[in-house]
Design a protein around this ligand. Sequence first.
Ligand SMILES: Cc1ncc(COP(=O)(O)O)c(C=O)c1O
Ligand SMILES: [Zn+2]
Length: 398
Amino acid sequence: MLTSTKHVSFATGLHCSNCHREYSLFAINTYAVCCNQPLVIEYDHSHAFSKETLPFRQNNIWRYMEMLPVINSKNIVSLGEGMTPVFSLNKLGNRYGFPGLLMKDESANPTGSFKARGLSVAISKAKELNIKQCIIPTAGNAGGALAAYCAKAGIKCTVVMPTHTPMIFKQECEMYGARLILIDGLINDCAKKVMEINRDNDYFDLSTLKEPYRLEGKKTMGYEIAEQLQWNLPDVIIYPAGGGTGLIGIWKAFLEMISMGWITGPLPRMIAVQSSKCAPILYALKDPHNWKNAFTPAPTIANGLAVPYPFGMNMMLGVLKESGGTAITVSEEQILDGMKEVAKNEGLLISPEGAATWKAFLHLARTKVISSSEKVLLLNTGTGYKYLENCNEKIVIN
Ligand SMILES: Cc1ncc(COP(=O)(O)O)c(C=O)c1O
Ligand SMILES: [Zn+2]
C-alpha cells in the first residue's frame, strides 16, 4: 500500500534500441523515429537500492519502483499486479525426468494475464503525462487489461480486436467501459485500424513496443523470477512470444540486475514458443531480412501468439542470440492437449499460450536440447478460463 507520494524513479533517459539516439524522458514517447525501432528506458544503476529491502515492500510490481519509469508515486495506477506464484510442476516434471520443473503462473494477475503488468506501468505513465484517451490493437488480453487500468485512472479507452476472439475478451472491455471495435483479421489488421482512427494523434497508441512503458512493466517478471528463486536463475526460460515484450523485458531485467550487482551470470537460455499457424520468429531466424514475405499467417487457439509482424522483431532476435536460446513451434492439437494435460495433472487451467510452453519443453527435453540436470521455468502468461470457447471441439477457427 502506498502511503505517501514521492519521486521514486531512477530513470535517466530513453534511447533508440538500434542507434542509441537519445529521446526526452519527460515527453510523451512513442517509438524511435530515427530507425523505426522501439525506444528503451535507461536507469541509473549506480544508485541501486538494496535488494535486502524487498521483503519489506508491497507485494506487487511497484516493489521495484526505482527501476520503473513513473517519476512520482502519486501517479501509480495499480490493481495489485505481479508477485504471481511460481509452482513446481511435480507430477508432470517427475514423469518426464525433470523433478525441478517450474511454472510462473501469470493467471493470478488482474484481468487474468501478464498484460496487467505492462498496462499498469503504461497507464500510470499516461496519467503522469496527462493523457486523456488511449487506444490499442489487441489479440485479446491486452485490450481487457488496458480497459481495466483506464477505468481505474479515469482515462478514455478504445480497444480494437479481431472478431474471432472469444466472447469473454470482448465482454470484459465493455464491462470496463471501453469502446470496442471488432475487425475481421489479425492484430496487424487491428493495428491498421488504430492508425486510421489515430490519424491526428488524438490518442495515446499502446501498440506493442510502439511506446516504451509497457516493456518496463513486463520486465518485472524477470525481477520476480530472480527474487522468488532466491537470486539463482533457471538455466532455461520458455516463453510464448507474440509481440515479444515479455521476452525482451525479462532479459532487460536480468541485464539491469547484473549492473546493480543483484545477480551474476550465467543467464538463462531464452526460448520463444510460437504456434505453427503463425511463427514469424522462426522465419526471421532463418532470414532476418526477408521473413515478412516467407509465410502466410493464420489464427490460432492461442490468440496471443497470432502476431505476424512484430515491431520488436530485431530486439527479440537479439535476446535469443545473446542468451544462446532459440525459437520453436507447436501445433494447435498439441496446444489443446497441453492445456488438458496440465489441468488434469497439476490443477492449473492455463492459457493456450502457456500450454504451448509445456509442449515446447517436452520436445526440447526429448531432443536433448535441454538436459535433465537443468532447471527449467515455463511461463504461463494467462488464465485458460477466458479461452474455453476455443477449446470446444465443435468450434473450428479458420
Ligand atoms: C496469454 C498471452 N500469452 C502470450 C502473449 C504474447 O505476449 P507478447 O506480445 O508480449 O509476446 C499474449 C499476447 O496477447 C497473451 O495474451
Ligand atoms: Zn535510431
